[in-house]
Structures are given as C-alpha cells and as structure tokens.
Design a protein around this ligand. Structure first.
Ligand code: KG4
Ligand code: ZN
Length: 340
C-alpha cells in the first residue's frame, strides 16, 4: 500500500481560526476557516481577549469538520503543525495547547510554525512559488516587510515598517471613513466609485535610502481631509481611492528598489493585503516593465488560513525540523531567527 504523509495545520494567531490538511500526494485536502469578523466589528478592531475565547470555542469543532470532510481518521495524520508566533499571545496559546495536546494523545510530532513563514510559502499552495532566491513583500494586518528569501529557512530583512503595518493603515483609515471592519476590503470596494484627482495622499519614505516604510502619516493626512470636508458617499469614495493609490504606489516603488538592490527579478507578494485586486494588477504591470515576475497566491490563501500552516508543517516534517520537546510561543518572532 502506498504510504501518504498527512499534516494537520492549526492557525490561531489573530482573529481567524484556520484548519488545513495537506498531504504529500494530493496537496491541500481541506481548508476550513472561521472568521471572527462580526465578533470584533462593533469595536472597529480586534479585541484580543474575545479573539482567544472564540478560538477555544471554534478550534476543535473545525478540526472535527476537517477530518469528517476528508474522511481521514486520527491514525491518518502524521503530524500537527501550529502557529507558534508571531501574533496575539492568548490566541497563540489556544492553538498551541490544542495542537500539542492532540499530538501527545495521538502519539505524533507537533511542529511549531512561524506565521510569517507560513505566509511567505503560501504561493506553493497554488504552485506559484518561484525558485529561491527571491524577494518577498509581506503585507498583512500585523506586518509589512521586504524579505530576501535565500532558501527555505534562510531569510533576511531588507526593510520593514517603522510604525503601522499596511493592513493596519487600511483598517484605521477605513474606520475613520466609517466603513465596515476590516477596513482593507471595504475601502478597496468603495474606492472603485472614487474619482481621480480630488485628493492626494503623500508617499512617505519613497526617497529614503533604506527599504523601510512608514504609514502612520497617512492617518494624520486622512484625519485632516475628513475634518475639512463633509463626508458624503462620493467624498468617502474619493478619499478611499486616493489613499489606496498612495499605498499601491509606495509598495510598488519599494519593491522595485528591493529587487534592484538585491539584483533579483522575482517578487513574491503575500499576506492579507495581497488579496487587493488593484494592487495585484498594478504590481504585475510595473514589475513586468522591469522584466521581472511577480507571484501571488489565490486570494483565499492571502489572508490567514490553516492551509499555509499545514503546508509549512509538511516542509518542516520532510526536513526533519520537528520540535517536540520544548513548547514555546512567541508573540514576537522575527523570521531572521529561523535557521534550518
Ligand atoms: O494576513 P492577514 O489575514 O492577518 C495578519 O496576519 O495580519 O491580514 C489581514 C489584513 C487586514 O488588515 C485587512 O484589512 C487586509 O489584510 N486586507 C486587505 C484586503 N483584504 C484583506 N487590504 C486591502 N485590500 C484587500 N482586498
Ligand atoms: Zn497573517
């Protein structure tokens, strides 16, 4: 009988409970996600205590559902991978406790995964990861980084935000505009109705000699515009459009600088904000112009999910990078500290 390796992946770093099962014959078998959006919507942002409590309610039922849908039994699972950081500490504790307890009960290894590495490798889920080395732009609610990925496990930070993450900026400005939480997708949707040229946002740090980003000034700029204008639906759309364009410009300019600096032509863009359609289109056009290639994963794998954690788990399992002895959780866990 053919032997298949199957990994169950658990993601609970923030406000999404994600469960994925990945095997080395068929690839991704199932990707179950429970989003806590409505739970946090009335607060306009994630409330960490509520997030962790909801992970407690949702993780085990989702694991059961994933097993049921695939027809797999516990003895078909070879290892359990889980997000051990970075993220909200109490949310991480829930996923880690469930993963390590189940692994102990099932007598299989548990594999701690760095959430950012999960994002970084996520284009593999759609067979769209180029050969190493490449430059990766990680843009999510918690992170904005340009990484030089030399090989699996060898990552170097080229630049990062000195204040807000890009998704955080989308969410904050969405909130100021009175849009539905999370701000990123809502703002992007309404920006389609916007008219060009009415407002202009700055492009901070594009002339800076580093590859760092800064987004906090955009919030001040939005606040000033909002205070000086009556917010009707057209004005909201016009501001959203100008803001989105500024963000896209900054990301394109900095990515091209990073490719030039590393003499590389392959750019991989991951994380929740990489689901943004306009960014995907504009980035593809701009990178083609410099004879480069840009790689994305499917929108459903851009935002947090268990599939990328199962996939990263499979890679660690195959390279024997398993840590069953020490259970450690890291609210902060720079990619550069990984080495295997
Ligand atoms: O990767 P992710 O699910 O969670 C973190 O690891 O942080 O990213 C969530 C972020 C949120 O800030 C959300 O507003 C943003 O991704 N986002 C978007 C879009 N879809 C999600 N931002 C802009 N445009 C989108 N279409
Ligand atoms: Zn994420």
């Amino acid at each position: 009988m053919e032997y298949i390796t199957s990994i169950l992946g658990i993601e609970t770093s923030c406000d999404d409970t994600g469960i994925g099962i990945y095997d080395d014959k068929h690839g991704l078998l199932v990707n179950k996600i429970y989003r806590q959006t409505t739970l946090h919507a009335k607060y306009g942002g994630i409330v960490p205590e509520l997030a962790s409590r909801d992970h407690i309610r949702k993780t085990i039922p989702l694991i059961k559902l994933a097993l049921m849908e695939t027809g797999l039994k516990q003895y078909n699972i070879n290892a359990i991978s889980y997000t051990a950081g970075p993220g909200l500490i109490n949310s991480l504790i829930v996923g880690t406790s469930i993963a390590t307890s189940l692994a102990l009960a099932w007598n299989i290894p548990s594999i701690p995964i760095n959430h950012i590495e999960g994002h970084l490798l996520s284009p593999l889920l759609t067979n769209n990861l180029p050969n190493f080395p490449f430059v990766s732009l990680i843009i999510s609610g918690g992170h904005t980084q340009l990484i030089y990925a030399a090989s699996i496990g060898q990552y170097y930070i080229l630049g990062e935000t000195i204040d807000d993450a890009v998704g955080e900026a989308f969410d904050k400005i969405g909130k100021l505009l009175g849009l539905k939480y999370p701000g990123g997708p809502s703002l992007s949707l309404i920006a389609r109705q916007g008219k060009y040229g009415r407002f202009k946002f700055p492009r901070p740090m594009i002339k800076d000699s580093t590859l760092n980003f800064s987004f906090s000034g955009l919030k001040t700029h939005a606040t000033n515009i909002i205070n000086n204008n009556t917010l009707n639906s057209q004005t909201i759309a016009d501001i959203a459009l100008a803001f989105e364009d500024a963000i896209i410009d900054i990301l394109i300019i900095k990515s091209i600088q990073a490719l030039n600096k590393t003499n590389n032509k392959r750019l991989v863009i991951v994380g929740g904000v990489s689901a943004n359609e306009k960014l995907r289109k504009q980035m593809t056009i701009s990178i083609k112009k410099i004879n480069g290639n840009v790689f994305f994963t499917k929108p459903e794998f851009c935002t947090d999910n268990g599939a990328m954690i199962a996939l990263a788990g499979m890679i660690h399992y195959k390279t024997n990078n398993i840590n069953n002895e020490n259970i450690s959780i890291h609210a902060r866990w720079p990619l550069t500290t990984l080495s295997y």
